[in-house]
Write a new protein. Structure first.
Length: 318
């Protein structure tokens, strides 16, 4: 699916200031040797954990305010919010953000719940809204995953971090190719009811098999990146999976990530990677070919091929 005439104007992230040492945090639960083994397997030495009582909107608002700096509220045509962890089942997180940000009551606002693939789905929805309204659209993505993590499950506890992002899309010259892969038959591999439950090997098999094939095919089919050397911006499932996938796609040296700093922050992890910036890999010509990928719960995968020009960016701590 192709969408034309949309650009990224800003990507900002927000993470809790509290950085938990994974080895120290897990040692009391499983012992030092096992804790070190888990950290080595995931590659996440630290994770960001929100303080008690923090709702996802508390992380989303600082990022959104930065993304909207210098923007007239009248120029905003809509808000799309991606989250599974908002404290309120309703009203929608997007509606709460509209009010908190002082945006017009005439805008469209709705939520998307896709977990790991959510930012890509959100970008697709927001880009379509830009085309429909001719205005800028704010995409907010974030989760306080620590609220939904089983504190007795060391393997899951070591992975899940908290964070949020805000991406401002605007009318422009950008062209986007989107592709999606869905297999609900694998739903039990990564699920959240009372808490997040994860079959790590099941998720790994999905990423190493169907996701790799899906992205390989997409790279070959999208004329926006075929024959180029795109920057790869993957969901930060864990560092080992990301490295394996990047190697399979021959994009190891062109991969950017946020997992080493923030662990797996859910669907906003790829957005946090772009908020941290990709200056070292940017093209001198002004626009850089980019492959963005989300994969995991669903089981699902989603990808974008596009080119990105200069955009405002940064990550704030609260």
């Amino acid at each position: 699916m192709r969408i034309e005439g949309v650009d990224i104007e800003a990507v900002f992230g927000c993470v809790p200031a509290n950085a938990v040492d994974n080895v120290a945090g897990l040692t009391a639960l499983v012992g030092e040797e096992k804790a070190e083994s888990i950290v080595k397997a995931t590659g996440f030495t630290t994770r960001r954990v929100a303080s008690e009582g923090t709702d996802v909107i508390d992380l989303a608002l600082p990022a959104a305010k930065r993304a909207l700096e210098g923007t007239d509220p009248a120029d905003i045509g809509g808000i799309v919010a991606v989250s599974f962890s908002s404290r309120d089942r309703f009203p929608a997180l997007s509606a709460r953000l509209q009010h908190a940000l002082g945006l017009p009551t005439s805008i469209a606002a709705y939520d998307v719940s896709m977990a790991c693939s959510g930012w890509v789905y959100g970008l697709c929805s927001a880009a379509q809204m830009v085309r429909l309204t001719g205005k800028k659209v704010l995409l907010v993505d974030g989760d306080v995953q620590s609220l939904w993590t089983d504190r007795s499950d060391a393997n899951t506890l070591a992975v899940m971090g908290d964070g949020a992002s805000a991406t401002l899309l605007a009318p422009g010259d950008g062209v986007w190719d989107f592709a999606f892969y869905t297999d609900g038959g694998g739903a039990d591999a990564l699920r959240c009811r009372e808490t997040i439950s994860m079959d790590g090997f099941g998720v790994f098999r999905f990423v190493a098999g169907p996701v790799r094939k899906f992205l390989t095919s997409f790279i070959q089919e999208s004329e926006l990146i075929v024959g180029t050397d795109p920057v790869f911006v993957p969901h930060q499932a864990n560092m080992y999976m990301v490295r394996q996938l990047a190697d399979a796609l021959k994009l190891r040296e062109r991969t950017i990530g946020s997992g080493a700093k923030y662990a797996n922050t859910g669907s906003c992890s790829a957005a946090l990677s772009m908020a941290d910036g990709m200056d070292d890999l940017s093209s001198a010509s002004g626009r850089t070919p980019v492959l963005i990928a989300g994969f995991g719960a669903g089981l699902s995968a989603a990808a974008i091929a596009t080119s990105v020009g200069a955009y405002r960016k940064g990550v704030v701590e609260v």
